[in-house]
Design a protein around this ligand. Structure first.
Ligand code: FUL
Length: 683
């Protein structure tokens, strides 16, 4: 070996030694606060999976059954769980959770602890088992399998007694023992009366302990109490998580909605959020919602407000009476997948220069470069004392951008509490946005911005920040579908919330196309009917989904005669905007202005959590406002508390009346008053 070689050899040895020493010296950050178990990390990485509501309600076309349904009605003509699983797989979903038992108590498997099951139905001559079929289909398509079982059971004779808690324990045992691994068990918290008129006091502790004993890795949703790995309900059924969203809670029992939405900063337990929402207005299939499947634009919005806000997305896709997913839903799911892929196709941060205000021990192991790599477990970290710092990304050339994805390395806890994003405008940093939490994943949307550099200023972190991902995109903006409004006189207007596109429509129920009428001004539409429209940019580059709305007779002659107030008058102004708040003790009487043959009526509640909407009511009709006939006696708007959407009620037989009287027997909020945006007639 000559001298130079010796020197080179020695210096290599030295630098290797240095490297070794520096790697050894810079220890990884310690965990901060509550951290997720390995199952909860894997669960969070699923991000998006399918909810399936299926059961007697599919056949009776209601949202909540009453447990008195004849099992004879449960007879899907062509049930195919493989089709469910294949659709979920092609949609990019990672699992399926099935309503094995909803509030009507009907079990989709032949439970030994109920006499109200598939066994008692004509489907497959009582020999079928949907849990069996679905769990096998999930395995075949590489999907996780989960079950929803409602503790509220309106059929079981022992519901409302202590015996029922044991029955429910056995039920848990059945679903967790016979069908292989269950990734999530969904306990719906709804608790109403059973067959015997009693409400059950649930033994939650025993239920959760049973799950832990039978399948310790199963995630407990959504009624949680700190026993077993758990996720929490996001607090609404609209698909919107809080913009601030901590995956931690202090005490998971009896949580208020704002805590469900936001979590609790620095909470003692790791209980991440799950956002459940249906692709249709209701949870169960109804032919009346075939044209109300959410648009791609709406689904993308939901994706940003759920997965994009540190929450998993559980999207409900209810099979129809055949026992198959309807083509309208599956087509939409595929369009949604394409839209997601297009939105996140080209990461403009790849290949960028990245630097940070601080790097842990100056070690390359914690370099900000790790944020641009795909390895989940390599991350950027700072020295322990640093809780405010920045990351700067130089994309090397000017780009138009509108999305930023950030991820915290949650195995070490959730830390970042406040940050701002800046972009470079000719050497000046201009603020783009400010936000609070990041968590497992945060996707920030902002208007298209031209720049070559961005900077993320972490302003507050509960401990030194640890992030493992940063991505930048230019996502195509989607066109929103048109929205309709009709005034009291019946003039129909159309508008589009995004941009100023052309709206084409039909009024005869036919599908609108490129040659359909273009909307220019409000149209007379007082008799009602079906309006279908889509928005498009005329060069054909962008087109929204087609939206359909069915209008009944305009309330031109309708008048509220009791109570008499400006507020009450709004209930029949045709506009589905301003809510009225009315006293519960005074019956609401509407004069329809003439005798009408009513097929039914509709009630538009206030779509806001905690609103005091009508739950239980009595409805009567009269030809003259003096002699009244009861039409509905103890009727309920089922699930209106959690999902306050438009309620359309079709009567058993047509009613010819001029006056309608609504008596509110129970509302979802405070008892003294109730809210209504609009009440109208269905002809
Ligand atoms: C609610 C239930 O009452 C609905 O029917 C539906 O199952 C939804 C997912 O949860 O609480």
């Amino acid at each position: 070996m000559n001298r130079t070689r010796i020197w080179t050899f020695l210096s290599l040895l030295l630098s290797a030694g240095f490297l070794l020493v520096s790697c050894r010296e810079v220890s990884p950050p310690k965990t901060y606060g509550a951290t997720p178990s390995p199952e909860l990390i894997a669960w969070q990485q699923l991000e998006y999976y399918m909810f399936i509501h299926f059961g007697p309600n599919t056949f009776t076309d209601v949202e909540w059954g009453n447990g008195k349904e004849d099992p004879g009605i449960f007879n899907p003509s062509d049930l195919d769980c493989r089709q469910w699983a294949e659709t979920a797989k092609n949609a990019g979903m990672k699992g399926i959770i099935l309503t094995a038992k909803h509030h009507d108590g009907f079990c989709l498997w032949p439970s030994a602890y109920s006499k109200h099951t598939v066994r008692e139905s004509p489907w497959k001559n009582g020999q079928g088992d949907i849990l069996q079929e679905l769990s096998e289909a999930c395995r075949e398509f590489g999907l996780k399998f989960g079950v929803y079982i409602s503790p509220w059971d309106q059929n079981h004779p022992s519901y409302g007694t202590d015996v029922y808690n044991d029955i429910f324990l056995k039920t848990i045992e059945e679903v967790l023992s016979a069908y292989g691994p269950v990734f999530e068990i969904w306990f719906d918290g709804a608790n109403g009366e059973g067959k015997n008129g009693k409400k059950q006091i649930y033994d939650w502790e025993a239920f959760h302990k049973a799950v832990c004993r039978l399948q310790p890795k199963t995630i407990h949703a959504i009624e949680v109490n700190g026993i077993g790995p758990s996720c929490r309900w996001m607090g609404n059924e609209k698909g919107i998580a809080g913009t601030t969203n901590w995956s931690t809670l202090n005490n998971p029992v009896g949580l208020a909605v704002d805590i469900l939405e936001r979590g609790e900063q620095g909470g003692k337990l790791w209980v991440p959020a799950e956002t459940d929402v249906s692709i249709r207005p209701g949870w169960f299939y109804s032919p009346s919602t075939d044209d109300k499947v959410k648009s791609v634009e709406k689904l993308m919005d939901i994706y940003y407000t759920s997965v994009g806000r540190n929450s998993n997305l559980l999207l409900n896709v209810p099979p129809d009476k055949r026992g198959r997913i309807h083509p309208n839903d599956s087509i939409r799911l595929m369009q949604f997948r394409e839209a997601r892929e297009a939105a996140f196709a080209d990461n403009l941060a790849r290949g960028a220069k990245i630097s940070a205000g601080n790097t842990r021990g100056k070690s390359s192991r914690y370099s900000p470069k790790n944020l641009l790599e795909d390895n989940y477990d390599s991350y950027w970290a700072t020295d322990d004392s640093v809780t405010a710092t920045f990351i700067e990304v130089d994309m090397n050339k000017t780009q138009s951008i509108n999305r930023l994805v950030l991820q915290e390395y949650i195995p070490l806890g959730q830390r970042v509490a406040r940050f701002s994003v800046y972009y470079d405008a000719e050497g000046q940093w201009i603020k783009l946005l400010s936000a609070t939490t990041i968590g497992y994943k945060r996707i920030l949307r902002f208007p298209l911005t031209k720049t070559s550099k961005i900077k993320i200023e972490i302003e507050e972190s509960l401990a030194s920040p640890v992030l493992n991902k940063l991505e930048i995109y230019r996502s195509p903006e989607l066109l929103a579908e048109p929205v309709f409004s009709r005034d009291k006189k019946g003039m129909l207007s159309m508008s589009c919330p995004t941009g100023d596109p052309v709206i084409r429509y039909t009024l005869d129920g036919s599908e609108p196309g490129p040659d359909s009428e273009i909307y220019t001004q409000p149209l007379p539409f007082s008799e009602g009917g079906s309006v279908k429209a889509f928005a498009s940019i005329e060069n054909g580059s962008k087109k929204s989904n087609v939206v359909t709305a069915n209008f009944s007779l305009a309330p031109a002659k309708f008048q509220v005669i009791s109570p008499q107030s400006e507020d009450a008058a709004r209930i029949v102004d045709g506009l589905e905007t301003e809510p009225a708040q009315l006293p519960s003790k005074e019956p609401l009487v509407i004069d329809l202005g003439e005798k009408l043959k009513l097929k039914g009526f509709f009630y538009l509640p206030l779509n806001r959590w905690g609103a005091s909407n009508i739950f239980k009511y009595r409805l009567s009709g009269s030809p003259d406002g003096k002699i009244w006939t009861q039409i509905l006696s103890n009727a309920t708007f089922n699930n209106i508390g959690n999902n306050p959407i438009k309620q359309e009620v079709v009567f058993d037989k047509q009613q010819e009346v001029r006056f309608l009287k609504m008596e509110v027997l129970e509302s979802t909020g405070e008892a003294a008053s109730y809210t209504a945006v609009e009440i109208g007639a269905l002809l």
